[in-house]
Design a protein around this ligand. Structure first.
Ligand SMILES: [Zn+2]
Length: 170
């Protein structure tokens, strides 16, 4: 007996394209999804990543949303900048950025520190991005979403605003 689930890649018979959000079909007996606008995406059953073959971009799925997995500090900084921009145009002010722990090494050299050589943790030694204090997320073992999502913004009055609400590709 053939298990019909095995004929499709790990994300099933169709997915939403991470770029344009159109529903796109899987090619049976392959790990590939094909978007008419963006070409082929390949699901990696080992890592659970979806890879855009043309650009090499990786995506992971969390609760029905794709999250781009960053390999360059510039691209995650850009994504955070876009989210801050949208928050601002909606009339809110961000008070903190919480970045996924897995990006710590990638972004830490880019964070602003007003007094980098002081070891006592006064306010001035807090790492900042775009002027906002930065925290790193809990370990994914404690909160599994942090294996996949990239960052949270905390806005006044302290309610965390979770990206995908501020998706870059819409
Ligand atoms: Zn597409």
């Amino acid at each position: 007996m053939i298990n019909p689930g095995l004929q499709y890649p790990i994300f099933g018979s169709e997915i939403k394209c991470p770029h344009c959000r159109q529903v796109i079909p899987a090619l049976t007996l392959t790990d590939t999804y094909l978007c008419s606008r963006h070409g082929a995406f390949e699901a990696d059953p080992k890592t659970g990543d979806l890879v855009h073959l043309q650009s090499g971009r990786h995506w992971r799925l969390w609760q029905g949303e794709w999250y781009r997995q960053h390999t360059h500090a510039d691209s995650i900084r850009f994504e955070i900048h876009e989210a801050l921009d949208r928050l601002y145009t909606e009339g809110y002010r961000a008070t903190k950025v919480i970045i996924a722990r897995r990006y710590r090494d990638l972004v830490s050299t880019y964070l602003e520190r007003s007094t980098p050589w002081r070891s006592n943790a006064g306010d001035g030694s807090c790492p900042r991005l775009y002027g906002l204090p930065v925290d790193f997320s809990p370990d994914p073992a404690e909160e599994p979403c942090w294996e996949t999502i990239n960052f949270d913004l905390e806005k006044e009055p302290g309610v965390p605003v979770r990206y995908p609400y501020y998706r870059v590709f819409e």
